[in-house]
Write a protein that binds this ligand. Structure first.
Ligand SMILES: [Zn+2]
Length: 432
């Protein structure tokens, strides 16, 4: 049913009258609308005549077109990168679009994609459906329930200040030396946030990075802690890449995907930080398969995003309705080429559901690139067994070209091979 709702968001066939309206009931399958029998709002029920199934207008696509027209205004002022697409890839990411596309397609056309799909099918005991691109059955919390983890974290970190006081211990558990842990503690401020949390980089060398984290009246819960460890990963990168680079103009990392990769990798060690044992080999293998599957899903989403931007540049006078038809076509085409051979159903439009595609202008490719980079970094750290030393060595290299950064970090350029190789090992481990 949720899949049907998503399809109707993408093709904009949800009846206008059902949106934010508790007085009517809607059947997503048949798209029928009727007055709700549950109506205790003390307002007159709408007369049957008022209930039409007239669909919502093509607002989703009108918004995207408006953003496209705004971005296009910058084109004449950027002769070296004369479209938003080239600016996003070649200036922001320092990676060509062709290169990124090839990396994403490498994962989607790999034998590992088929093998993991068959494994999921076996675990579910039924043929795969399109919505199984969001299968989450590989994830585990180890031996602890979420409630138990909440309890442990609340006791340890009743306030944001307690997390700051705990930083040396947290960093030591990750593998930083006492001296480096103290250095990082002095450079990271921990503050309460209203939202789930975020990391604010220092604006100049010597200034602190800020870790904002949500702490409820009863203390920090596990969800907040998990996010705080992610944000702390950003803060460590921000501190080293601001203060330890050879030259101030090199401060930072090559692009967004790199800092996200470092943060995601750190976040993955959150249970070790709590001292709740290293994940065993079996759950580590499942975690690899989870990352692979998530990467395969978001790779297709990124390819649709890229296809839609090309279509807009090829059809700058398009109407929202025309953009909608084109987006549906591109989503089906990417699905039929990469997913239908593995999931055995054609013409799904789910890959076009992400709101990032409407509001964040070609941001989506950073997610699969981030997963790939994260895997390369994790492999290197696993090989050397020196989390603290390697984190520092990698991040103080600074904002150089992505492949240069990755060759310094791991000896290889940015690519999908590390994740594919780890997935292959995980598949054999799970089969045993
Ligand atoms: Zn992040």
């Amino acid at each position: 049913m949720i899949q049907r709702v998503m399809e109707r968001i993408v093709d904009q066939t949800i009846p206008q009258v059902v949106i934010n309206n508790p007085r009517v009931d809607w059947s997503p399958a048949g798209n029928e609308v009727k007055p709700s029998p549950v109506n205790d709002l003390n307002t007159p029920a709408q007369a049957g005549a008022d209930i039409t199934t007239a669909r919502e207008p093509d607002t989703r696509y009108a918004r995207l077109l408006a953003i496209f027209h705004a971005e296009r205004l910058a084109d004449p002022y950027s002769p070296a990168a004369s479209t938003f697409i080239t600016r996003r890839f070649e200036l922001d990411r320092q990676m060509s679009e062709a290169r990124v596309q090839a990396m994403l397609e490498q994962g989607l056309s790999s034998p590992q994609f088929t093998a993991v799909a068959r494994l999921i099918e076996k675990r579910l005991g039924r043929p795969l459906e399109p919505f199984d691109i969001w299968y989450n059955g590989f994830r585990s919390r180890g031996a602890y329930s979420e409630a138990q983890l909440d309890e442990i974290v609340r006791k340890r970190y009743p306030t944001a200040a307690a997390y700051h006081t705990g930083l040396p211990e947290i960093l030591a558990k990750l593998g930083f030396s006492p001296e480096r842990a103290a250095y990082l503690q002095a450079h990271i401020e921990v503050e309460p946030s209203r939202g789930p949390g975020h990391a604010m980089p220092p604006g100049m060398s010597g200034q602190p990075a800020r870790l904002r984290t949500r702490v409820g009246p009863e203390g920090m819960d596990y969800k907040s802690f998990n996010i705080a460890v992610h944000e702390m990963g950003h803060n460590i990168e921000q501190t080293f890449s601001m203060n330890l680079v050879d030259h101030h103009l090199l401060a930072g990392v090559p692009n967004n995907a790199f800092t996200e990769a470092l943060a995601m990798m750190t976040q993955g060690h959150d249970l070790e930080v709590l001292g709740l044992a290293k994940p065993d080999a079996a759950s580590a293998a499942l975690a690899t398969l989870d990352t692979f599957w998530a990467t395969a899903e978001i790779s297709g989403v990124a390819l649709v995003d890229m296809g839609v931007w090309h279509w807009m540049y090829d059809h700058p006078e398009a109407t929202p309705a025309e953009l909608k038809v084109a987006t549906l076509g591109i989503a089906r085409e990417v699905w039929n080429r990469h997913y239908a051979p593995v999931i055995h159903q054609r013409d799904a439009t789910l890959l076009a559901i992400y709101s990032h595609m409407i509001s964040d202008m070609l941001y989506l490719p950073d997610y699969p690139i981030g997963h790939l980079i994260s895997f390369q970094i994790e492999e290197q750290i696993r090989k050397t067994d020196d989390f603290g030393g390697e984190y520092e060595r990698m991040t103080k290299f600074g904002n150089v070209a992505p492949d240069l950064w990755m060759k310094n970090a791991t000896g290889k350029p940015v690519g999908a091979e590390a994740l594919l190789a780890a997935t292959q090992r995980a598949l054999s481990a799970v089969a045993k």
